[in-house]
Each structure stands twice: as structure tokens, then as C-alpha cells.
Design a protein around this ligand. Sequence first.
Ligand code: GLY
Length: 368
Amino acid sequence: MTQPVTVHVPLGDRAYDVRIGAGLIARAGAEIAPLLARPRVVIVTDENVAALHLEPLKAALAAEGIAHDALILPAGEATKSWPHLTRCVEWLLERKVERRDVVLALGGGVIGDLVGFAAAILRRGVRFVQLPTSLLAQVDSSVGGKTGINSAQGKNLIGAFHQPSLVLADISVLETLTERDFRAGYGEVVKYGLLGDADFFAWLESNAPALRDDPELRQKAVAHSVAMKAGIVTRDETEQGERALLNLGHTFGHALEQATGYSDRLLHGEGVAIGCALAFDLSARMGFCSQEDPSRVLEHLRAMGMPARLSDIPGDLPDDAALIALMGQDKKVVDGQLRFVLARGIGDAFVSDAVQTGPLAQVLKEAR
Ligand code: GLY
């Protein structure tokens, strides 16, 4: 079995480690014990994850003499909402969680974001540990301290920066994901190559088809993604500049997710994959990169069996004007001007507020 690797996120008094390896849930008690002021934790998870991973986590905690209690929330994006945040915070207060205690978030991006936000506002901030169980959460949402919930107006519009005290990314749990969930998470892995590391993208072109079955390659892909994210977050924790590059594909992706009602028609990572392809189309159309770049992106997404075009989304979509209006809710909008992450080539992304609706509508039309 491969040994865990550690990526340190050096954020001064908010610094923490991301541990990446097989079997980390089975030894979570020993990994978490050094953080504890008293041998007691609370766990928040969802029904699907609890069925697979809660008992092994409890056993690992019990083996180190750590008492625990768990709240199991419904699975799905709808849980990232005011009602479930209220329930979570009140449950933590009923359990008398104190500021020196540690809350464990066991699950994918929904649980990590919700529990991180609950930890941020509980007693003005308690510590939490992320135990991400999806590929998407391991490579992106569990690292960097973005926490929050959705509202009727859009995704992630309510939240706080609150860094975890530790992230345990157990790459064995990824074997329990459906093929579709694994591939959707891969949308966030390929994003790192596209935004800032052409060599990593080339490595993925050769190795990504084997990630699901090969633990060593999987660990390498997760660790490389996390190291890239840690670097960006360390340089720009609160997204004043460079961190916005992590939103490559997300302006398109969020609009498509909203247009499909955050439903099974389009998973977040699938929206990101289509969004990355569209961002490269737009970059080529605006003359920032060569036409070969979007072709290479499309070919790789296709080789991975991922959706890459609007026509890959089942069912009808709103017209171009309506999709562009949905993009107007994006957090990157400044003075009503849309901001996109575009690219000068593979591995060379930048933020642009010069996108006009003409080329945008043309790119959407061609992707239908
Ligand atoms: N998921 C984008 C970020 O953490 O900034």
C-alpha cells in the first residue's frame, strides 16, 4: 500500500496539513488525536456516506478512545441550505460543542461546505476537520477554506472563509464512487492542468484513464491537484486575484447547473468540464489561444467519457440569452460586467472582464 503524502498549507496561524493516502479513515483517530483538547468529537455526514464510511470512522475514533456522536443529514445539493444549516448548528449547540472542540465533516462537497460554514459561525468559529469522500471534494472543495450554502439566487452566495485544521483525503473511499461521480470529480482535476500546468495536463492525457483502478496514479493526481490548490490559496487566500483562476469553467458551469435545477441532469463536475471546454472555445474565438487548444481539451474530455458540449446535457436548455442572464449572478461579476477565466493556452489561464455577449452567444450556439 502506498504511504500517505502530506501537502502543507502554510497560512500562518491557520496553517494545516492535507494528508492524502489509502486507508486514512481507518486511522482517522490517530491522525485527529493530536488536535484534540479533550477526547471527544462530533461528526456530521449524509445518509449515503454514512452507510459506507461512518462505522469505519467511528471504529477508528473508538480505537483511540475518542468519544463521538454523529448527525446524519439527507444527501444532495438541497442540504446546502438555510434549513439544514440551522439544524446542523442547533445540533452542535445541543451537543455542547465548545470552541476548543473539533467538528468532523465526513462527505463530499455539500457536507464539507455546509459543516465548514456551521463551524465558522458556531461560537464565532470552532475548528473542523475535512474527511472528503468524493474526488471533487478531495481535490478542490475540502482545501482552501471556502464554506457556505446556496440560496434561491444562486450557488454559494452565502458563506465564509474558514480554514479546516486538517484534511484527510482517503483515496480508497473513491473506489466506492459510481463511475459517473468519479468522472464528474475528474472535471476538477483536469481543471488544474488547464489553468496552470500544461505538463500535468499532458500527464493526465496519458494516465487519467487508469486513475480509477490504479491507487498510485490516483494518489499522484489528487496530491498534485491539492499541491496546486495549496499554492494558489497560500498566495491569495481570500480571492483578491489569482484564486479566481480556480473558477475556470465555473461561470458556464454554474449557469448550466442552475438551468438544469441542480438536478441529476448535470453534476457539478460535469458542468465544470463543459465549462472548461467552452472557456477554451471562447478563448480561441477571442484570439487568445490557438484553435488547437480547445480541440485538445475536447478530445481529452471525450476520451474520458465526459460531457463536453451543451448537447451532452439531456433535455432542453434555456436559450442563449437566458443562459447569459444566469451567468450574471456569478460572484465574479463586477459592476454588472461578467468576468470569465480564459486561457492563452493550456496551462495559462487569466481573468478577463472583456467578454462581450456576441462571441459568448456564438460559442454557446456552436456547443448546442
Ligand atoms: N473552488 C474554488 C476555490 O476554492 O477557490
